[in-house]
Design a protein around this ligand. Structure first.
Ligand SMILES: C[S@@+](CC[C@H](N)C(=O)[O-])C[C@H]1O[C@@H](n2cnc3c(N)ncnc32)[C@H](O)[C@@H]1O
Length: 360
């Protein structure tokens, strides 16, 4: 299943991932601190790092490049030669790895010009496959990073055919739907931890950034989630005869936003990792540049369009494979307007959880 819109076109994830990058920037200092502590514990000759769900575009090498810079600065401070770096970039086989590979000569060159010729060497390799399967040989990885990938489930939970008129958990969803989503996440995240525990060295660290929730209430009660608005847009299109009702009723996303408590419980009961910390950040759906200057007075049209762009880059392939592509332009025009209507009343927020753990 393809999730992100590939290529480098106007609606691609590559062109519309600044939102995720700015959210990730909030976590960056904590991720850097974690890798420095890890490096300074053992000073490995080769530091092996994997980024899981790297996608294709500016974010694919964004955090990796920041982490390498940080290690370089530490080595300079300590008067040590920097280690070699083995960097594995993973995503689903449908991911546009070619675009990333083509960007590596520039990446290496820029790195050397910014950080000195003696830096590295850096070996970047692509690893196609699902992170819900084994991806690496036993005990190969020092550090694992993943951002905005693990709220995507391995499959749509089974037995939720009665979740009609909504693409995800909504206020109107029957209780079995919430239970099925929570159980699917529990199962997927446990499998993910157990697989990574085989691939990571003892003492290795993993930092995961995912969309989540601050409290244990069902996701539909926690905040007005962006999928509820998406469902409303789709229902309007059904009522105007633009989309078939049965198509909407049979569509559910393989997506789940866990609470802090759920994440803690799963890590503890799976048992392969010690949970070091979880940090939470609340983010406006629209954090485009001029957001800082408009505390209360929103340009609702601009905000709606901004949110619709990053949502489209995420959801277009899944949507098109279920509904076809004839309604896609109309859908996202309407979605932008519906999000704008929310901005006329409130600032909708999305919570991210940044989770750090050590392989025991
Ligand atoms: C929103 S993008 C995030 C990309 C990048 N890490 C970032 O922070 O901008 C989520 C990525 O996770 C990938 N993904 C989702 N499920 C996956 C799985 N089971 N295995 C590997 N990658 C997966 C998607 O293909 C997509 O490229």
């Amino acid at each position: 299943m393809e999730i992100m819109k590939d290529g480098v076109g106007e609606t691609s994830y590559a062109k519309n991932s600044s939102y995720q990058q700015s959210l990730l920037s909030k976590a960056q200092p904590y991720i850097e601190e974690t890798i420095v502590q890890l490096y300074c514990r053992t000073f490995p000759q080769c530091l092996t790092i994997a980024d899981l769900g790297c996608s294709s575009g500016p974010n694919s090498l964004f955090i990796i490049s920041e982490l390498l810079k940080t290690i370089n600065a530490v080595c300079q401070k300590l008067g040590r030669s920097p280690p070699e770096f083995q960097v594995f970039l993973n995503d689903l086989p449908e991911n546009d790895f070619n675009t990333i590979f083509k960007s590596t000569p520039n990446f290496y060159e820029k790195f050397r010009s910014d950080n000195g010729q003696e830096f590295g060497p850096i070996f970047v390799a692509g690893v196609p496959g699902s992170f819900y399967n084994r991806l690496f040989p036993t005990k190969t990885l020092n550090f694992v990073h993943s951002s905005f990938g693990l709220h995507w489930l391995s499959q749509v939970p089974q037995g939720i055919e009665n979740n009609k008129g909504s693409v995800y958990l909504a206020k109107t969803s029957p209780s079995n739907v919430y239970k099925a989503y929570a159980e699917q996440f529990n199962s997927d995240f446990s499998v993910f931890l157990s697989l990574r525990s085989k691939e990571m060295m003892i003492g290795g660290c993993m930092v995961l950034t995912i969309v989540g929730r601050r409290n244990s209430e069902p996701p539909s009660k926690d905040y007005r989630n962006s999928w509820e608005v998406f469902s409303k847009t789709l229902r309007d299109m059904v009522s105007e005869g633009l989309i078939e009702e049965t198509k909407l009723d049979s569509f559910n996303l393989p997506y789940y936003t866990p609470s802090i408590e759920e994440v803690q419980t799963i890590i503890e009961s799976e048992g392969s990792f010690d949970l070091d910390w979880i940090k939470t950040f609340d983010n406006d759906w629209d954090n485009s540049e001029d957001y800082a200057n408009r505390e209360f007075v929103h340009d609702k049209i601009k905000s709606g369009e901004f949110v619709a762009k990053w949502m489209r880059a995420i959801v277009e392939p899944i949507f098109v494979s279920h509904f076809g592509d004839s309604a896609i332009e109309d859908l996202f025009c309407r979605y932008a307007k519906d999000v704008g209507d929310i901005y006329a009343k409130e600032r909708p927020m999305l919570t991210t959880l940044v989770i750090c753990m050590t392989k025991n």
